[in-house]
Write a protein that binds this ligand. Structure first.
Ligand code: HEM
Length: 432
């Protein structure tokens, strides 16, 4: 039964679109190549420039796409554009997909995920969780994040002179922090990382059956674990976000069981799957640009802006999708109801209309913070402040402790939506 459901979800969400995308890519359609061509997957930025040169909004027979900052920003903020791919109005296929989604294998973009909900449900759920992510609440975590970073650095120092940055530092730091905020056992962080890495593939538009099966198994495992864990918090609450959500009082807004599980798992996954890439991309970029690293060592007040520039220059989330809820017009072109628009965040962040010399990595760039790496509008990243703080502390502490050198070829993730490193082999000597 679960295999039949999984196969239906895969066929409608990835299998059929994947066939269409790959066929169009072979015919040279740029939007499809940006998703399916392995060379553009590895180096997407020249492709974004090509797309931008074709227009502010470029369309093929099925979808539209933008790599300009102006149009990306407008679409993300426009309430006519919905984040739920099911709002495409494909009738029968959407209904079959909705019926096939297995509540035991809820993924990051399955309803009722915040990422795809609309108001009023989106507003209600976001309001309940956002209290834990206010600037004040996040600033209160500074000392703890620093402790987590120092502890990981002590372990690296006690280990061999060569190490993989992702495994020993970039991944465990954010997963430990989000686990503590939520109230899930940090001893399980290896499981969370494995489940999260496998499930992250479901964000991509073109996923082979084998990859989907692996992701689906991971989603079943983490959903199963979360049912048990939430039940234990119901019996024995702690001082953490999930306990507060489980015990919301009946008079106020409550979360249903499935909303609670979906929101908890989204926070857990989003809490580390992206920040690991921000830290990894930042280390790689600073090693490629030793002059900028030297400037940061000389004046550590530049770290926060350096993190903004990493977010702009090599965005950990490269794209997102919106669907026109009604017929409308964008950049002088008509957009029919139900049309999907691929918003290339990584392309908007290299738009020369907004960023002078966009392909130059410059940690002192005055408007680096105008990037769209955290999206915009109602789905603007809930964890943006947390991610910024974690990356600023993580990068500064790492480079203050060690001088680093690459010792082998870094391996990129194979995912299209998430951009980062799978492995970043380094050697260390004590910092100056
Ligand atoms: C570098 C790190 C991060 C990046 C680049 C990032 C990026 C994004 C982006 C682009 C979106 C919106 C997607 C869209 O508009 O379709 C988003 C939403 C979200 N992010 Fe992040 N994120 C990061 C870290 C985090 C962290 C640490 C958390 C932990 C709390 C988090 C939680 C969320 C949640 C809950 C949403 C959904 C918000 C909504 O739909 O209302 N993110 N993130």
């Amino acid at each position: 039964m679960s295999t039949a459901r999984s196969a239906t979800v895969w066929a409608i969400r990835y299998g059929l679109p994947g066939l269409v995308i790959r066929a169009a890519a072979r015919r040279g359609d740029l939007i499809s190549r940006l998703v399916a061509d392995p060379a553009l997957r590895a180096h997407p930025y020249a492709g974004y420039d090509q797309l931008r040169a074709l227009g502010e909004l470029v369309s093929n027979r099925l979808v539209s796409a933008t790599a300009t900052h102006r149009v990306a920003n407008r679409i993300l903020r426009d309430e006519l554009f919905l984040a739920d791919p099911g709002s495409g109005g494909n009738g029968l296929l959407d209904r079959v997909l909705t019926a096939a989604i297995d509540p035991k294998a809820l993924g990051p973009v399955d309803p009722p995920s915040l990422l795809t909900l609309h108001p009023p449900d989106h507003t209600r759920i976001r309001g309940l969780v956002s209290r834990a992510f206010t600037p004040r609440a996040i600033a209160g975590l500074t000392r703890r994040i620093r402790e987590v970073a120092d502890d990981l650095l002590d372990r690296i120092e006690a280990g061999p002179g060569t190490f993989d940055l992702v495994e020993t530092y970039a991944a465990p730091l954010p997963v430990t922090v989000i686990a503590e905020i939520l109230g899930v056992p940090t001893a399980m962080r290896a499981d969370f990382l494995r489940w999260g890495n496998e499930a992250a593939a479901t964000l991509d538009p073109d996923l082979r059956w084998r990859e989907f099966r692996r992701a689906d198994r991971a989603l079943r495992a983490v959903n199963g674990w979360s049912v048990e864990h939430l039940a234990s918090l119901r019996r024995e609450p702690g001082d953490n976000l999930l306990s507060r959500l489980v015990h919301l009082d009946d008079n106020g807004d409550r979360l249903t069981d499935v909303e609670l599980r979906s929101t908890g798992l989204l926070l857990l996954g989003a809490g580390f799957e992206t920040t690991v890439n921000l830290i990894g991309n930042g280390v790689a970029l600073l090693l490629e640009h030793p002059d900028q690293l030297a400037a940061l060592r000389a004046d550590p007040s530049g770290w926060a802006n350096a993190v903004e520039e990493v977010l702009r220059y090599d965005s950990p989330v490269q794209l997102t999708l919106r669907v026109a809820g009604e017929a409308t017009e964008v950049a002088g072109r008509s957009v029919p109801a139900g049309r999907g628009v691929v918003v290339l965040l990584g392309g908007a962040n290299r738009d020369p209309e907004v960023f002078t010399d966009p392909h130059v990595f410059d940690i002192t760039r005055a408007n680096a913070r105008d990037h769209l790496a955290f999206s915009a509008g109602i789905h603007y990243c809930l964890g943006a402040q947390l991610a910024r703080l974690e990356a600023t502390i993580a990068l500064r502490a790492l480079f203050e402790r060690f001088d680093l050198r690459l010792t082998g070829t870094p391996h990129r993730l194979r995912t299209r939506v998430l951009r980062g490193y799978r492995r970043l082999p380094l050697s260390r000597t004590p910092g100056a």
